[in-house]
Design a protein around this ligand. Structure first.
Ligand code: DAH
Length: 357
C-alpha cells in the first residue's frame, strides 16, 4: 500500500495538464484501477486481515481522491492565470487626449472676486446686457443732458422712426444692476454684479466690450469706513500679498455722494509691475456712498437706509495680477495665448485652498 501511495501521490504532483490527471485517476481509483482491484482482494482475506486492510485501503483511496481534487483546482488556477496574462489590458493608458481648453483669465478673475466677496457676505446679482436708458442712466442720477452720457460713448439699439418704445442701450457699466437689485431685494442687501459692459472705444487700453464688477451694500448703519475696510480686505486677498496700500482720492460720480477713486500703490521697475511697493499709483476703481436719488429710484427710503457702491474693471485687475500687457489679447481667442495665460478647469478658486495655483 505504501508503494501505491508513493506511486500515485508522486505522479499526481508531477502531472502538467488535466488530460494526464484524468488518466491517472482512472488508473488509480477508476472501476478497474489499482485501488479498486485491491479492494476486490479483501474478499479473499481472513476477517482479521480484512479489518486492518479495509480501513487502510479506504483511507488511501480518500487520500488519492483529495490529491486529485487539489491538483485539478491548481491546474484550473494556473490555466486562468495564463489566460489573464495573454488577455492583459493596461488600464493606465489614457483613453482620451488631454483637454486642450483652459479657463480664460477673465473667468478666473471673476471666480476669484466672487470667492472673496462671498466670504464677506456678498451674493452675486445679474442684470441684462441690453438695458433701457432709464436703468443705465436716469435711475443712476444721470439725466438726459448730463455730460456723463456723452463721455460714455454709448452704443444705442437701433429704433425705427415709428417705434416709440423707450430707448435701449448696450449697458455702459454694471451700475444699472444696482437699481434692479434694489427693486427686487429691497434693503438691507449686499451684492456684487460681475459682467460685460460696452463702449464705443478701441485702443491699447480700451475695447468695445469689457468687464466690470459692481459692488453694493445697503443697510441702516453703513459708512465710508465700511467701504474702505471691504475694499482693503478685497485687494489684499485678491493680490495674495500681505502689504497693499490704497489711496482714496476725492472724485465725482453722479450716483455717489461723496465719491472716491481708489488707487493702488505699485512700481513699474523695468516694465515689470509690482503691487504693494514703489512710488507709483494705479487707479483701480470708483466708489462712494450711494446717492439718495439712486436709492429712491430703487424704491429704498434714503431717510432710513444708506449704502456704499463701487465699480471696478475686471480686465484691468486681471492684467495687473497676471502680468498681461495688452488688453486686446483678452478677446483675440488666440489658442497659444490661452494656453499660456489660461487656468486649469479643475483648480477652482477658493479662499481656503488659494485663489490662483
Ligand atoms: N459706473 C462707473 C463706471 O463705469 C464706475 C463706478 C464708480 C461704479 C463709482 C460705482 C461707483 O458703483 O460708486 O465708470
Amino acid at each position: 500500500m505504501d508503494e501505491l501511495r508513493q506511486k500515485y501521490l508522486g505522479a499526481i504532483s508531477e502531472v502538467a495538464d488535466e488530460a494526464a490527471l484524468e488518466y491517472l485517476r482512472v488508473q488509480a481509483v477508476g472501476k478497474k484501477g489499482e485501488i479498486s482491484l485491491k479492494m476486490r482482494e479483501l474478499g479473499k482475506m481472513t476477517p482479521e486481515e480484512r479489518q486492518v486492510a479495509g480501513p487502510a485501503l479506504n483511507a488511501l483511496k480518500d487520500e488519492i481522491n483529495s490529491a486529485l481534487a487539489a491538483k485539478k483546482a491548481a491546474l484550473a488556477d494556473a490555466a486562468l492565470d495564463a489566460r489573464l496574462r495573454t488577455e492583459w489590458l493596461d488600464v493606465t493608458l489614457p483613453g482620451r487626449a488631454r483637454p486642450q481648453g483652459t479657463i480664460h483669465p477673465i473667468s478666473q478673475v471673476m471666480e476669484e472676486v466672487t470667492a472673496i466677496f462671498a466670504d464677506m457676505g456678498f451674493s452675486v446679482a445679474e442684470g441684462p446686457q441690453i438695458d433701457s436708458d432709464w436703468y443705465n442712466f436716469d435711475a443712476l442720477n444721470i439725466p438726459e443732458h448730463h455730460p456723463a452720457r456723452g463721455e460714455m460713448d454709448t452704443f444705442y439699439m437701433h429704433r425705427d422712426e415709428s417705434d416709440n418704445r423707450p430707448p435701449h442701450v448696450l449697458r455702459t457699466h454694471t451700475s444699472p444692476v444696482q437699481i434692479r437689485t434694489m427693486e427686487v431685494q429691497g434693503a438691507p442687501l449686499r451684492v456684487i454684479a460681475p459682467g460685460r459692459v460696452y463702449r464705443a472705444d478701441y485702443d491699447q487700453t480700451h475695447t468695445p466690450m469689457f468687464n466690470q464688477v459692481e459692488g453694493l451694500a445697503i443697510d441702516t448703519d453703513i459708512s465710508m469706513a465700511n467701504l474702505k475696510w471691504v475694499l482693503e480686505e478685497f485687494v489684499r486677498a485678491y493680490f495674495e500679498v500681505d502689504t497693499v496700500e490704497l489711496r482714496f482720492r476725492a472724485s465725482h460720480f453722479p450716483f455717489t455722494e461723496p465719491s472716491a477713486e481708489v488707487d493702488l500703490r505699485c512700481s513699474w521697475e523695468g516694465g515689470q509691475l509690482k503691487v504693494g511697493e514703489g512710488d507709483d499709483w494705479m487707479e483701480i476703481l470708483g466708489s462712494g456712498m450711494v446717492h439718495p436719488k439712486v436709492l429712491e429710484a430703487g424704491k429704498i427710503d434714503p431717510a432710513k437706509y444708506q449704502g456704499f457702491a463701487f465699480g471696478m474693471g475686471i480686465d484691468r485687475i486681471a492684467m495687473l495680477k497676471y502680468g498681461i500687457p495688452d488688453l486686446r489679447a483678452f478677446f483675440d481667442s488666440d489658442l497659444r495665448w490661452l494656453r499660456h495665460y489660461g487656468f486649469s478647469a479643475l483648480d477652482v478658486p477658493t479662499l481656503h485652498q488659494g485663489l490662483s495655483r
